[in-house]
Design a protein around this ligand. Sequence first.
Ligand SMILES: *Cc1c(COP(=O)(O)O)cnc(C)c1O
Length: 369
Amino acid sequence: MSHELQRTIIAQLKPYIPGKAIEEVKQELGLKEIIRLASNENPLGPSPKAVQAMQKALLESQLYPEATCRELREKLGGMYGIAPDQIMMGNGADNVITLIGTAYINPGDEVIYCIPTFPAYRTITLLMGGNPVEIPTARNYTYDLDTILAAITDKTKLIFICNPNNPTGTIVEEAQLKAFLRQVPPHVVVVLDEAYAEFINREGYRTGPDFVKAGYQVIFVRTFSKLYGLAGTRIGYAAASKELIAPVQAVREPFAANRIGHAGAVASLDDEEYRSKSLRTNKQEMKKLINEFQSFGYHVTPSHANFLFVDMKKDIIHITQALMKQGILIRPCTAWGLQTHARITVGTPEQNERLIHALQKINAGLFIT
Ligand SMILES: *Cc1c(COP(=O)(O)O)cnc(C)c1O
């Protein structure tokens, strides 16, 4: 019955398959300890300063949040050199992407992005009655800006560029992105999803804030879920010119971002030690994992994020399950139609050792599922 009552588009939405919850796997397999390398969380946990600030904020949980997250917007505005009222906080970047789509996509509008990529762009496009235009990534799994440009029509409204791209970890060349932005016609808004921007491993690489300040018609999206280790508190944001961000603010629910997340985010920005330790660990451990994976004969795509896109050249579901039985969760890329690829979050040194050891056992045929 409800099937007949729901909007027809709902049946076309693919359910998002999140990384298996640690609690679920513990119970299913009777394991005590689970290592989750499936959701690109910060393996070091949140910043101790953030934890302290959040504990304090907990005591004020009866109060609605300050609706606009002014303190955080002022801090971010100072960091980027843009005005606080060019920034909008939401309930995670996911929510922000939904709000951008809600504000901009008319029925029949075309929305272009590359695949494989973050699934939220497709979902909101369909929900708004828009038409997703999906372009395969270029050969090295980077967003194919030339083909996107060629796909623009009178009906195009939004272009999503996931940079670094999830699940491939690749970035577009800065010069190419700049040339691309110059050629995008005025009836099209470019959304730069920069959930992993802090991890970009290239000196001086320009990102969303630079392009907004240069006057391009872009909205950039960021989150505290990845580098800042606050995925559980759901806090992310979008920023653009005042004109571009205004319609997104208009569809935002008043208290989209919560008091606890806000307090944690503000404190995280002050914790330079945590930030540099997180980046340092990621860089060192990623190098180690790449070496080991290559010695196994896997193909590893160079990554500018906190995860690796790995072609293990064997049935990835089999490997994922064999790892799960050893208490390790990775993300198979089958939802993206890839049968031998996995997306693996870079963990702590200990977690990565365990992963490598478990893979050695599987590769040696010692672990049969
Ligand atoms: C994780 C992720 C998000 C969502 O982040 P939240 O703030 O946790 O909602 C958005 N875009 C990309 C590319 C991501 O990987």
